[in-house]
Design a protein around this ligand. Structure first.
Ligand SMILES: Cc1cc2nc3c(=O)[nH]c(=O)nc-3n(C[C@H](O)[C@H](O)[C@H](O)COP(=O)(O)OP(=O)(O)OC[C@H]3O[C@@H](n4cnc5c(N)ncnc54)[C@H](O)[C@@H]3O)c2cc1C
Length: 382
């Protein structure tokens, strides 16, 4: 493998990539460029434990034995003909980092609604989580826009630490996209029991700043009032920095099933992409982009296997977990909206259930609630 391997983005996909390289005995020098002063760290705890009472140790990822050089800089473009990444350092200096092989792993950034004021709070980084924790330290109230995984988790966490929380979404219930419409009633009830006031099928008519707070007026609905306004309406791939590099296809960084960057139907030599940043081309279907810790790790490890030329481990089934008002919800496989649930396991004392969802196309997926050992067995059996 190349002597000069550069990665942009120092998060979970990159951690798994370098860990697997080292496991496979590869000792190439790896330089990793990241602009976040806290990187590398894990994002899932940011909306959960870390938001409630977290310390740096709860999210820190140890790279001390990975033999990787971390370069604190923002990547601004890739010059493919000169094989350099252009960067801007925190002190404003600019530079160029040469590469023989480049891995793009810049993840995602928070999406925004056009109606949102520019100073609406979002949660993507460790600094965002600390900011939100400070701003709700005295039980300040919050209005949360968006009931996907991050909105639901942070609403649960803020309610648990004493904030009055209003959660709104256009959907008919929480986690609608993630759970394909399943468990809507149950998750709504858990949130309500935890003190989160939910507004479903909500359409925002107006957002205004008040003296020290916010008002969110819903069309045909109430005016919600909060000290803090938080937007959790999804994520977009963080690839805008590649706009002038000729690597994007309609704003997306496309990669093939192996993680090679593809532009205009052709593989770009020596360039790879992993994690939330990339859209994978699927044979006979549209490209898919995931926002999943486990999938980002899988893509990182698989790319290390490709670059070292070892035969690749078969990919495990897709897996995602989230937390709703203190319950761990885990999903294995792809949920179909018309799938029929079959109860496979129940333990009322622990509030644990495992349902299998059989889809009309013959495939099955599982949702476990507080059913970690059962889910672990499903993942290892696959
Ligand atoms: C609050 C929160 C909670 C989550 N909870 C869960 C969960 O419970 N379960 C789950 O499966 N997933 C969860 N996720 C999603 C999961 O964390 C992501 O899928 C995963 O982090 C993606 O990893 P990645 O390596 O692709 O990129 P990211 O983790 O997004 O990291 C990208 C890195 O690139 C850096 N970067 C970006 N642009 C540049 C640039 N131009 N120059 C230099 N550096 C750059 C960033 O600073 C960052 O360090 C959560 C995400 C968030 C934000």
């Amino acid at each position: 493998m190349s002597e000069s391997l550069v990665v942009v983005g120092a998060s979970v996909a990159t951690t798994a990539f370098i860990e697997r390289l080292r496991e496979l005995g590869n000792s190439s020098q790896v330089r990793v460029i990241d602009c976040d002063p806290d990187a590398p760290y894990d994002r899932p705890p940011l909306s959960k434990h870390y938001l409630v009472e977290g310390e740096a140790g709860d999210i820190a990822v140890d790279w001390s034995d990975l033999d990787a050089e971390l370069v604190r800089a923002r990547a601004t473009s890739v010059d493919t003909s000169a094989s350099v990444v252009r960067v801007e350092y925190p002190d404003g200096r600019v530079g160029a980092v040469p590469f023989d092989q480049l891995v793009i792993a810049t993840g995602a950034s928070a999406a925004r609604l056009p109606i949102e004021p520019a100073d609406t709070t979002v949660l993507r980084s460790a600094a965002d989580a600390r900011n939100l924790r400070e701003r709700t330290a005295n039980g300040e109230s919050a209005v949360v826009i968006g009931a996907g995984a991050i909105g639901v988790e942070l609403a649960s966490s803020l309610a648990a630490r004493g904030s009055k929380v209003a959660l709104l979404d256009r959907a008919a219930g929480p986690l609608e996209r993630l759970l394909a419409g399943h468990l809507g009633q149950e998750t709504s009830t858990w949130l309500a029991d935890a003190g989160v006031v939910c507004h479903w099928e909500a359409d925002i008519a107006r957002i205004s700043a008040t003296d020290g707070g916010w008002e969110v007026e819903l069309r045909d609905g109430p005016v919600l009032v909060g000290d803090v306004l938080i937007s959790a309406v999804g994520a977009r791939p963080a690839v805008a920095w590649l706009e002038d590099s000729g690597l994007l296809t309609h704003g997306a960084l496309m990669v093939d099933a192996d993680g090679r960057v593809v532009q205009a139907g052709t593989v770009v030599p020596h360039l790879f992409g992993i994690g939330d940043a990339v859209t994978r081309i699927r044979e006979g279907g549209p490209g898919t982009r995931t926002e999943s810790w486990a999938e980002a790790r899988q893509q990182g490890a698989s790319l290390a296997e490709l670059l070292t030329g070892v035969s690749r481990q078969p990919a495990p089934p897709s897996y995602f977990w989230t937390e709703v008002a203190g319950r761990k919800v885990q999903v294995v496989g792809s949920l179909h909206p018309d799938a029929v649930p079959v109860l496979e396991f129940e333990n009322p004392e622990r509030g644990a259930t495992l349902h299998r969802y059989d889809a009309p196309d013959g495939t099955s997926a599982w949702i476990g609630v507080n059913a970690q050992p059962r889910i672990a067995r499903l993942l290892t059996a696959a």
